[in-house]
Design a protein around this ligand. Structure first.
Ligand SMILES: C[S@@+](CC[C@H](N)C(=O)[O-])C[C@H]1O[C@@H](n2cnc3c(N)ncnc32)[C@H](O)[C@@H]1O
Length: 268
């Protein structure tokens, strides 16, 4: 069972817990209980409702999610301490995948770049929206995740459009810039501490095509950038990234409250 990793998911879980605790107290006012119940329903119903109103995912994506959920990521992560621990909650999933597919259509992208692929959900979702001769270059540092994703891509009619580069993303980005590659759409979803470097290389090189769109995932980071208290390393990295984006006069941006936050950036 996946744990909640978005502001709305965490809010729904907290309201559920409060609702349960207060529900058994005979001393609490009925109106207060009823209001709390409504707040819990409002939060819990949101994500399933959005999903039910969104075009369903393809069989290949559904099967990729299922395989990701049944893999023992805990055991794999303890076997390899040099790489970031992997977990099933990293998958962007149905609604965000559908949103990314829309961006491929809207930008009429032929070349897409993904920074941080994991088991390939967002990569395959975007590849499904690419024309048959379109290409998606996916950067992934973890060889196990890369092999896992590749085996899922082989079961999809769109998987042949994806080219995986197994290396730290910054190395791959420099190589792509040196060979003059250009991308209409870039999805950043790798190590949070690397986000500022990824954005800078995209803006300082010719990697981003004219009118190119950059989408950056997890920019709400479970609410940490706006909550009081000590953030985690990822929370601090995202808060710093969001501020750097606000301060950067080369770009225009909007932070959408989709899943764990998705920032859209364009060069001006
Ligand atoms: C949040 S997951 C990506 C999820 C994926 N986009 C999806 O929607 O399913 C982050 C991935 O970035 C990879 N990663 C972390 N640091 C990286 C780096 N420096 N270069 C390339 N990939 C990296 C991790 O191994 C992990 O698989």
């Amino acid at each position: 069972m996946a744990r909640p990793v978005t502001p709305v998911g965490i809010l729904a879980a907290k309201l559920e817990s409060l609702n349960r605790k207060i529900g058994v107290l005979g001393t609490v006012d009925t109106e207060l209980k009823s209001e709390l119940h409504q707040a819990w329903e409002l939060a819990t119903g949101l994500d399933p409702y959005i999903s039910s109103c969104t075009t369903p995912e393809s069989p290949a994506l559904a099967s990729l999610v299922q395989r990701t959920q049944t893999e023992d990521w805990d055991q794999r992560s303890t076997n390899n301490e040099t790489l970031q621990p992997l977990e099933q909650e990293m998958v962007s999933g149905h609604v965000e995948g559908q949103m990314l597919k829309f961006f491929v259509h809207l930008t009429k992208a032929q070349q897409v770049l993904e920074i941080g692929m994991f088991t390939g959900y967002s990569a395959l979702a975007m590849a499904e929206a690419l024309p048959s001769d379109g290409v998606l270059v996916a950067c992934e540092v973890d060889p196990f995740a890369a092999a896992f994703a590749q085996s899922c891509f082989e079961k999809s009619p769109d998987g042949h459009k994806i080219l995986i580069k197994v290396n730290p993303a910054l190395v791959t980005l420099k190589q792509l810039a040196d060979t003059g590659e250009k991308f209409n759409l870039v999805f950043i979803d790798a190590d949070k501490a690397g986000y500022i470097d990824y954005l800078n290389i995209l803006l300082d090189s010719s990697l981003l095509a004219e009118n190119g769109l950059i989408c950056v995932d997890n920019t709400l980071m479970q609410g940490q950038p706006y909550l009081k208290g000590e953030p985690t390393a990822n929370g601090a990295a995202i808060a710093a990234f969001n501020q750097a984006v606000v301060d950067d006069s080369r770009i225009e941006q909007v932070l959408l409250p989709l899943r764990d936050g998705l920032t859209l950036i364009r060069r001006i």
